[in-house]
Ligand binder design. Structure first.
Ligand SMILES: Cc1cc2nc3c(=O)[nH]c(=O)nc-3n(C[C@H](O)[C@H](O)[C@H](O)COP(=O)(O)OP(=O)(O)OC[C@H]3O[C@@H](n4cnc5c(N)ncnc54)[C@H](O)[C@@H]3O)c2cc1C
Length: 164
């Protein structure tokens, strides 16, 4: 992967990837319209099947991110997990160990009630580990966004060996 330094490792193992996606809980969603970038933190749900990653988000029915999505559905995202700050003797020896995933995809505002119900169950499963059921009335008060991820990369920066 371009941009990997010696202290970082690319994650290719799907189990490690799923651990990050299960543990992260918060996704930073990047949008851009007319050369104006916008990043917004959000909770998410995901499915990962045969390497194909789909993300689900929910929100109020109105707001800036939805306005931007309607104008440009191409989005970028970042999720990080297992942050472990570590110290050293010199300033440059301080750091944070982490695992993270980021990628690019196309977002769509889900209108179909059945699809919204399924998306909300997936989101709650990722967020809580529990199974919740929804009905049409419950999902009518939220906007649901589906992101079909085209490309993603994941990486891990461990705590330096001498500090473990
Ligand atoms: C950990 C975390 C998890 C969240 N999970 C969700 C989620 O699952 N779904 C969801 O809809 N929202 C979530 N939020 C809130 C989210 O970040 C936005 O505040 C919210 O979605 C409104 O976004 P909007 O683009 O519609 O902004 P609008 O309500 O249209 O607000 C417009 C302006 O308000 C300011 N603003 C908006 N959001 C923030 C913010 N978070 N911090 C500072 N200023 C802000 C910006 O300047 C923006 O231009 C979460 C926030 C945090 C911190």
């Amino acid at each position: 992967m371009q941009g990997m330094t010696k202290r970082e490792r690319q994650i290719t193992d799907q189990q490690h990837l799923a651990q990050i996606l299960d543990g992260g809980k918060v996704l930073h969603l990047g949008l851009a319209v007319d050369n104006e970038p916008y990043v917004v933190p959000m909770n998410y749900g995901y499915t990962l099947e045969n390497g194909k990653l789909v993300l689900y988000l929910h929100s109020a029915l109105r707001g800036k991110k939805l306005d931007m999505l309607r104008k440009n559905p191409r989005v970028f995202f970042e999720i990080d997990w297992d942050l472990k700050p570590f110290e050293g003797k010199k300033p440059c020896q301080y750091g944070v160990a982490y695992s993270s995933v980021m990628g690019i995809g196309t977002a769509r505002i889900v209108e179909n009630a059945e699809e919204k119900i399924e998306a909300m169950s997936i989101l709650m499963k990722t967020q809580t580990g529990k199974d919740f059921s929804f009905n049409e009335e419950l999902v009518s008060i939220v906007a649901v966004i589906r992101i079909d991820v085209d490309e993603y990369t994941a990486k891990h920066r461990p705590v330096p060996e001498k500090l473990r």
